[in-house]
Design a protein around this ligand. Structure first.
Ligand SMILES: Nc1ncnc2c1ncn2[C@@H]1O[C@H](COP(=O)(O)OP(=O)(O)OP(=O)(O)O)[C@@H](O)[C@H]1O
Ligand SMILES: [Mg+2]
Length: 352
């Protein structure tokens, strides 16, 4: 791991529509260093997919602002040519529907060869050999034999593996995977999780993973961010987030989704996430929060609170009023653990 972040995201915003815009991502910031694994979790509609598509210029019908630096190079507003080059080699993406990464009328192997040659100046024969190696690396049995198959001839799990091979064609330093196991059988999912783990270890690649499935995220990611209604409400190491969640939403989210090892009772979160074209004032979670305090949580944007979690060097932060003196507190809020409180950056934002 080096010290310079590969990716530095600063106040990233993405909105759709001009009049009464829907703000899908509302000012998120984070860093990702070489070799790090970061997961983004949150309910459907939280802005997870838009947030990662915004990084690499894949939002064509909306407006993206803020800053995304890739190895120090600004990507927001960068020319299409430059973004394509970054997507071809630096940052690769894998989506839920792997088959969609392929042209249905061309054999899988040929498409991987093209992807290799688009990023590197390799003769055809060498690129072909490398494509076979990639198929083997992602766990396709008889890779040379499957090279000429069409995408529809691959099963769901095999297509997802081939999609990952395609993503690896440009030797990326960062792999972004958006729900890569969703929709696959549980046993197939487990194989894909193992594959990601091996790839990250062997290729010294960073991983930015989005998944509804907390088990998948906690198996693969050392750091986790929780998104709610376009914003990050909590972040920290896997141990911090799972072991001592600090935001009432994180706790509720953890109780609402299946865990890896533990068969626990699932408790759905009551209510629904807000609509992003007219989000609630104050903390966006307040209408669903059992600890919401009238006159505070529904009015003012919450501050960011840092926590001391013993030996864990990762910064653990939550954006919540519950740890401040203005809030009555209660069992849900362990004020002993609070290290510092940063006032809300822009109180006006809560009013929108
Ligand atoms: N092209 C678009 N035009 C208008 N609104 C969009 C567009 N793409 C996404 N949105 C909206 O942005 C919000 C965030 O969507 P996004 O797909 O990022 O959510 P998500 O967290 O990835 O959800 P899921 O878990 O269901 O994949 C949603 O309200 C969605 O309807
Ligand atoms: Mg999504």
């Amino acid at each position: 791991m080096t010290d310079t972040p590969l990716l530095q995201v600063e106040n990233l915003r993405a909105q759709f529509g001009r009049r009464d815009p829907l703000v899908a991502v509302d000012g998120i910031s984070y860093d990702l260093r070489a070799g790090e694994t970061l997961g983004i979790v949150g309910e459907s509609g939280a802005g997870k997919s838009v947030s990662v598509r915004s990084l690499v210029g894949l939002i064509d019908d909306g407006e993206v602002t803020g800053s995304v630096e890739w190895r120090g190079e600004e990507l927001v507003g960068a020319p299409t040519r430059e973004l394509r080059a970054v997507r071809g080699s630096g940052i690769a993406m894998v989506f839920q529907n792997a088959e969609a990464a392929f042209d249905p009328i061309e054999p899988v192997g040929a498409q991987i060869v093209e992807a290799i040659r688009a990023s590197r100046d390799l003769p055809k024969g060498a690129a072909r050999a490398e494509a076979v190696d990639l198929l083997e690396e992602v766990g396709i049995g008889d890779p040379a034999g499957r090279f000429g198959d069409y995408p529809h001839e691959y099963s769901g799990g095999m297509a997802q593996r081939a999609g990952i091979a395609m993503a690896l064609a440009g030797e990326p330093d960062l792999l972004i995977a958006d729900e890569p196991t969703t929709g696959l059988d549980v046993s197939v999912q487990a194989g894909i999780v193992d594959l990601f783990r091996d790839l990250v270890a062997e290729r010294d690649m960073s991983l930015l993973l989005i998944s509804h499935n907390l088990g998948v995220v906690s198996q693969l990611c050392e750091r986790i961010m929780v998104m709610y209604a376009g914003r990050i409400v909590e972040r920290g190491s896997r141990e911090q987030l799972l072991g001592s969640p600090r935001h009432p939403y994180t706790g509720a989210f953890l109780r609402s989704v299946p865990d890896v090892d533990v068969r626990q009772e699932l408790e759905p979160i009551e209510g629904a996430p807000p609509s992003l074209d007219d989000p609630p004032a104050g903390c966006r979670f307040h209408p669903r929060c059992p600890a919401a305090e009238a006159g505070l949580c529904d009015v003012d944007a919450p501050p960011t609170v840092g926590f001391d979690d013993g030996d864990d060097p990762e910064r653990h932060e939550a954006t919540c009023h519950g740890y401040t003196d203005a809030h009555p507190g209660g069992d849900a809020f362990d004020r002993e653990a609070v290290e510092w409180i940063e006032p809300a950056e822009d109180p006006e934002r809560g009013e929108r």
